[in-house]
Design a protein around this ligand. Structure first.
Ligand code: BGC
Length: 747
């Protein structure tokens, strides 16, 4: 199949029609030219293959298969290997089911805890999201299955998800909302991206040339094709001109007439259409060539994998007095409906049809006693259930309550209204913890909740939405068969009101303004030194780790060099465990607002008791840079930075300073409105103004005579704020001198 030749033989009408899907899940065939139709299916934490009627909301049936942990859980593993194993398993399954593309990973940023689809997204941190996504994409595509990174971009809420505009500044877009996509494009080499329904600053993603062409193709050098989210098309011809390739789902009415019309009237260049057709043909060609007929999938092995992965994801948030792990001889009570009917995934297009989700109760069997405790479909306390739960807890050495967000709270299409657990669950936890001080809470959900009882319970294990085997994995963790090693990929604030997006979520009048800018998640809480329930990166283990010998291969470098960092990590406890070694970079002093620290590298390592491993990291320019709108690029300010190694963003164990010199000079245009203060920050301006101040024109302004300290500050402030133009009014410069000065400074 020579895609160029085929494209040349296609009529304008055929090319235009080829830009829309055949039905819910298939591309169009061009039978005349031997181009087959290929299938795509929803993922990303399982395969949602619909053989009957299709829908994009998780309503109609899909084949029975395995549900793995959701992205919210997976990110907490801080382990690229977890993502690789999942990508490989799904790649094999897609081969066995003749599926060419799996729609995922979801890379949107967890801006607010309320986003209904947070369980489908990795993190509040773009670096972590990008690394996890890229590892998954590489593994999936290694099996010849295309990934489709979604929802590109700024689709961080469900309210108005199809029609709203996410409005944000350039720096925020580049530092927070695009880097995960960038990593999956550059590192992961994703074959495809799904453009989001929403607009960015008023331009719909499906027609957004800046996003689809300028950034994706020209800047990131990607040859990936872009598919719309299902129904995200507005004006298809405009879309193709902007860099869009495939409209989905399409169907019989999607004939491409808008495109034909636009080519005929000259508003769309046929060469743009040809590029689109070539990208789509190339995808079909690759899928056909990489197809492995006769491939099979062993779903029992997949279930074992799902259990193992879920064990890597759970986060031990709190464990006072080493209440966990449970001991075999303890009498244990499991309390709560979720112990029996686990919550393991969310609702919507990612919904996986599983024959059976394994509960903690069935896994523990006779080892535990049980009380239902609450009705998961209600938030009203059932007094009889509460009483039974309290009595059951009293009979046990340890009570383990399984709590979390009910199904209806976490779904595509709707955001949560608040950040609370249902009242009946909060009341149950309070009552049980009073009856039995040895109470553990296991939490399910894809996003943080408020924890009003946190100080009443000694232990909390967050299992997130851990896939169909989450019950079994939870028992493994509770009893110490698996040592918890997950770390939070998002901050758990105390109250919803603390969240930086609080005043601007979900927006109004069709617009959501990302007014908090780059200060999303821990970037905000740390800058404000705000207390939180659990910070980003936090996670306990049944062992402890010690960090030593932090070494940098140089004490100073330029932004063109790389820095190699190594650190020794030792397991100082008595059981084997895994450490999530996190590397943050702190800019000591900056001319622009920056977060206190940012995650720039991480590594998960397994250590036997007493074992030491050296972890190596390589940092490049991006580790030190921020996005500078003045040069429309990532920019490194010269100065001192600190490399920090820790177990969370608030548990930094060891640090080393390093000098980094930036090699880009920022454009600096002097006008009549430039202030003395601004000039003094610029090397050339500083020299010229410094000389002027010493010699003549401004010297008197610096004289403070017998003024008090307040006036001195006032003079200083006033002087720094004087704009150059005013020097003429003040009689310090003539118009001509001012003009010459500006010309010299701009030369
Ligand atoms: C979702 C996508 C999904 C698509 C197909 C849309 O509603 O936003 O994530 O892949 O449907 O089901």
């Amino acid at each position: 199949m020579n895609v160029q030749e085929i494209m040349q033989q296609m009529t304008l009408e055929e090319k235009a029609a080829f830009c829309s899907g055949h039905d819910f899940w298939h591309t169009k065939a061009v039978e005349r030219l031997g181009v087959p139709s290929v299938m795509m299916c929803d993922g990303p934490h399982g395969l949602r293959k619909q053989e009957g009627e299709g829908d994009h909301l998780g309503i109609n049936k899909s084949i029975e298969t395995v549900c793995y942990p959701t992205a919210a859980a997976l990110a907490s593993s801080f382990d690229r290997d977890v993502m690789r194993k999942l990508g490989e398993a799904l790649g094999q399954e897609c081969q066995a089911e003749n599926v060419a593309m799996l729609l995922g990973p979801g890379l949107n940023i967890k801006r607010s805890p309320l986003c209904g689809r947070n369980f489908e997204y990795f993190s509040e941190d773009p670096y972590l999201a990008g690394e996890m996504g890229a590892a998954y994409v590489q593994a999936l595509q290694g099996h010849g299955i295309a990934a489709c990174a979604k929802h590109f971009a700024c689709n961080d809420q469900e309210t108005l998800r199809m029609s709203g505009s996410s409005n944000l500044d350039e720096r925020t877009l580049r530092e927070i909302y695009l880097p995960a996509f960038e990593a999956v494009v550059k590192k992961g080499k994703t074959r495809s991206l799904m453009c989001a329904y929403n607009a960015i600053n008023g331009t719909f993603c499906s027609e957004n040339k800046m996003l689809l062409t300028d950034i994706l193709r020209n800047e990131w050098k990607s040859d990936a094709f872009v598919v719309t989210d299902w129904g995200a098309i507005k004006d298809q011809a405009k879309g193709v001109a902007a860099g869009l390739d495939l409209e989905m789902p399409g169907g019989p009415n999607a004939t491409g007439e808008e495109i034909v019309e636009a080519v005929k009237t000259g508003t769309l260049d046929e060469s743009d259409l040809d590029k689109t057709v070539l990208r789509l043909l190339q995808f079909v060609k690759d899928s056909v060539e990489q197809r492995r007929p006769g491939a099979t999938i062993d779903r029992d092995a997949c279930r074992k994998l799902a259990r193992k992965l879920a064990g890597e994801c759970a986060v031990l948030m709190k464990n006072e007095g080493s209440l966990l792990p449970l001991k075999e001889n303890q009498k244990v009570a499991f309390i709560g409906e979720f112990a029996d009917k686990p919550r393991y995934q969310g609702a919507g297009s990612s919904h996986i049809n599983v024959p059976h989700a394994v509960s903690a109760l069935e896994t523990a069997g006779n080892a535990v006693i049980y009380a239902r405790g609450y009705d998961a479909h209600s938030d009203v306390t059932d007094e009889a259930m509460l009483k039974e739960a309290v009595e059951t807890a009293k009979k046990a050495d340890v009570a383990v309550i399984f709590a979390g967000l009910p199904d209806a709270f976490e779904t595509e299409g709707a955001d949560r209204d608040h950040m609370r657990l249902p009242d009946n669950q909060n009341e149950l936890i309070k009552a049980v913890s009073q009856a039995n001080p040895h109470t553990v809470v296991v939490l399910h959900g894809g996003s943080p909740v408020e924890l009003p009882w946190l100080h009443d319970v000694p232990a909390v294990l967050c299992a997130y939405l851990g896939g169909e085997q989450v019950g079994a994995a939870t028992v493994d963790l509770l009893y110490g068969k698996v040592n918890p090693s997950g770390h939070l990929a998002e901050t758990w604030p105390i109250r919803l009101q603390d969240n930086p997006s609080y005043l601007n979520f979900p927006g109004e009048e069709g617009v959501v303004t990302y007014a908090e800018g780059i200060f999303v998640g821990y970037r905000y809480y740390d800058k404000k030194e705000m207390p939180v329930n659990f910070c980003f990166g936090h996670g306990l283990s049944y062992t402890q780790f010690e960090y030593a010998n932090l070494k940098l291969d140089k004490d100073s470098l330029t932004d063109q060099d790389t820095l190699t960092v190594s650190v020794d990590v030792k397991n100082i406890g008595s059981v084997a465990g895994k450490a999530a070694v996190q590397l943050y970079v702190r800019d000591v002093e900056s001319a622009v607002r920056r977060p206190v620290r940012e995650l720039r590298a991480f590594e998960k390592i397994a250590l036997q008791p007493g074992e030491i491993k050296t972890v190596m990291f390589t940092l490049d320019k991006r580790a030190f840079a921020y996005w500078e709108p003045k040069c429309h690029d990532f920019f490194v300010e010269s100065g001192e930075y600190v490399i920090e190694i820790g177990e969370s963003c608030r548990d930094i164990r060891i640090t080393q300073p390093v000098q980094v010199e930036g090699t880009i000079e920022l454009p600096f245009t002097v006008t009549v409105n430039t202030t003395i203060g601004q000039l003094l920050k610029h090397p050339k301006g500083k020299e010229i103004i410094g000389n002027m101040m010493r010699s003549s024109a401004l010297s008197h302004v610096d004289q403070t005579d017998s003024m008090g300290e307040g006036s001195e500050r006032m003079m200083q402030g006033m002087m720094m704020g004087i704009q150059l133009g005013a020097l003429v009014s003040y009689g310090r410069l003539t118009r001509k001198q001012l003009k010459d000065l500006i010309a010299t400074l701009n030369a």
